[in-house]
Design a protein around this ligand. Structure first.
Ligand SMILES: [Zn+2]
Length: 611
């Protein structure tokens, strides 16, 4: 090894020192520019400029999925006309090396400019959309990143018509005339609405600014909207005892067709709903419900985050058994917030619980798949994309588990601890410490807060498929679930679901263990007759009402073009009416749990002025 002269050694020291003091001078600098010139082409023109690119060979990728929807989405399919240039505008070569990634060999260039067009013509909470009325950008769907360099700071310039405005949670830095983000993760997490027509409302509370951007026509009353969203915000901040942002943006799109979708982000949410009718109580409950759900995500999943997606790998599936806690328990708090703030009345709250429990009990998949597995498999299975009778929504069971856990904790601790304490514990222990929650983190947190063992609960209901004894939990709050047969329905049960086409009614599902299943009826059989009488989706209940449990009926179908007959021994119809009622003589503890759980007292006082 050649010896350095003392001069050279000294020079090297000074140079290294200078590098340490001014690391940014040679740091990779990433800026994006977004523009469009022909809105009805739906093409966004995107440029990514990389100063001082890392290494000799640069990789750029488009994410394959987005947090919030745990399936591979392949956004790269919308990328066309991919080109690369150096700082002088000379073309550089590039090579696509997998479905989402381009490799750009670089030498003797200080700057690489990647340019491409992105076809943006899908409008939901998590997509990107361009027409002559707006540009709606979810950066995660359309902005390239450098794998492994997601933590570098980035900035974004938007070339837009002068009279179009921007709504986003991203910070605008007037000094550089661009939106700036400390890293790609936060840029990817901030949707941007650019339009000449959205309305912007705002309010302040708890030291933070809340903005409401509304795109599309709708008959909302501004003051009421602000006041009701403020109630949701203040209640959830009361639960979490934490305001983790200075500014938060509620972004709404109203569309003229039936639609509902919301996506959570760290400092904003984007919600698409339609058709809007703010005079319709059901629509308004839905509006408040999705708003409440998405806002609670600002903690639960955005900050209290599974370890495995804490810093997500956008190139592939990121598995976890815990999505039920992040979605289901967010649904639980979404609903609970509305009853606690009296935006929804207790009666409606009970009705919605009865409905959720009924739907879950009617899904055969609950007997087959644990909610931990349903969470894990979300990447490959979803509603309608899994074998029938094997799956259910982890939102639904997670919501039910949220209620069960809350009431169980309250009961075991004589109402001195609640699920609210658990959420605060998770926030303090993980979110505030900048780390993800391990797979068993929720169970550990509950056991810590309640000072009690929840091993059996998790084994039965999270990792297992045990039947739920709803009344065990509801009774803790002085409530009970009552089920009974629906007098309007036949008192016999077949176990099939039917298509809605009266002219050609097909069997869309045969529930395992049911009378129809045991007799051999199959999915896609075309229903023709019951005991020789033409049967279809509209008259089947009328026909079945003539029979009693134990009767044997002959069902005639076409199966793959052949006439077939099946003799079915009818079973007794299971109870179809679900109701949640208050116990007549609750104990003091039951009453205390119910009142504090739902913030009941104030509602009693308000009752006289309500409808
Ligand atoms: Zn959600």
């Amino acid at each position: 090894m050649k010896r350095l002269t003392s001069f050279a050694a000294c020079f090297l020291l000074i140079f290294c020192h200078a590098l340490l003091l001014h690391p940014r001078e040679t740091q990779t600098n990433i800026t994006y520019r977004l523009s469009w010139d022909q809105p009805n082409s739906h093409l966004l023109n995107i440029a990514m400029e990389i100063d001082n690119p890392p290494g000799d060979s640069l990789h750029v990728s488009i994410p394959a999925w987005r947090p919030g929807r745990y399936i591979i989405q392949n956004y790269t399919k919308n990328v066309i006309n991919f080109r690369v240039f150096d700082e002088a505008g000379q073309s550089l070569s590039s090579e696509k090396i997998d479905k989402d990634t381009w490799r750009i060999p670089i030498s003797e260039t200080n700057t690489v400019v990647v340019k491409y067009d992105y076809y943006a013509r899908h409008l939901d909470g998590g997509s990107s959309y361009l027409d002559d009325s707006e540009a709606y950008i979810n950066p995660i769907t359309c902005l390239t990143y450098i794998p492994g360099k997601e933590l570098l700071p980035v900035s974004l310039t938007i070339d837009k018509p002068a009279d179009w405005n921007v709504a986003t949670a991203l910070k605008f830095d007037a000094d550089v005339n661009a939106y700036v983000s400390p890293n790609y993760y936060e840029l990817a997490d901030a949707p941007i609405l650019i339009s000449p027509s959205f309305e912007l409302l705002a309010f302040q509370t708890q030291g933070a600014m809340f903005e409401i951007a509304l795109q599309g026509e709708a008959n909302y009353q501004k003051d009421k909207l602000i006041e009701d969203i403020r109630k949701i915000v203040e209640e959830q901040i009361r639960v979490m005892q934490d305001v983790p942002f200075e500014r938060y943006l509620f972004m709404y799109h109203f569309v003229p067709y039936r639609f509902g979708h919301g996506v959570e982000h760290k400092n904003s949410t984007s919600i698409v709903l339609g058709p809007p009718d703010f005079d319709d109580k059901k629509f308004y409950r839905g509006f408040l419900g999705v708003t409440s759900h998405e806002f609670f995500h600002a903690w639960n999943v955005e900050r209290i985050r599974p370890e495995t997606i804490y810093l997500p790998d956008y190139s592939k599936e990121n598995y976890t058994t815990t999505l039920w806690t992040y979605e289901g328990m967010t649904s639980y708090y979404g609903h609970l917030t509305l009853v606690r703030t009296h935006l929804v009345k207790r009666k409606k709250y009970f009705e919605s619980w009865a409905n959720i429990i009924k739907r879950f009990q009617n899904s055969y998949g609950r007997k087959v798949s644990s909610v931990a597995m349903v969470s894990w498999d979300s990447w490959t299975k979803s509603m309608g994309h899994a074998p029938p009778n094997t799956y259910y929504s982890f939102y639904m069971k997670g919501n039910i588990l949220g209620m069960m856990l809350d009431l169980e904790i309250r009961h075991r601790t004589e109402n001195t601890k609640t699920l609210d304490d658990v959420m605060r514990y998770l926030n303090e222990t993980y979110a505030k410490e900048d780390r993800g929650v391990p797979e068993d983190g929720l169970q550990k947190a509950i056991e810590q807060v309640a000072d009690s063992d929840f091993e059996a609960f998790f084994a039965d209901h999270v990792y297992g498929t045990a039947e739920i004894d709803y009344n065990r939990y509801l009774q803790y709050a002085g409530l009970e679930l009552v089920t009974k047969p629906d007098e309007k329905s036949p008192n016999v049960y077949l176990g099939i679901s039917l298509s809605r086409d009266e002219k050609e009614t097909t069997i869309t599902n045969v529930k395992p263990e049911s009378a129809a299943f045991e007799a051999g009826l199959d999915i896609e059989d075309v229903l023709l007759a019951i005991d020789g009488t033409r049967a279809h989706t509209q008259n089947i209940d009328v026909l079945l009402k003539q029979y009693a449990p134990g009767d044997i009926i002959r069902i005639t179908v076409f199966r793959r073009g052949k006439l077939r007959h099946f003799d079915v021994k009818l079973a007794e119809a299971p109870p179809d009416k679900y109701e949640i009622k208050e116990l007549q003589e609750p104990t003091e503890l039951q009453l205390l749990i119910r009142k504090t759980w739902m913030n009941e007292e104030e509602e009693a006082e308000e009752k006289e002025v309500e409808e």
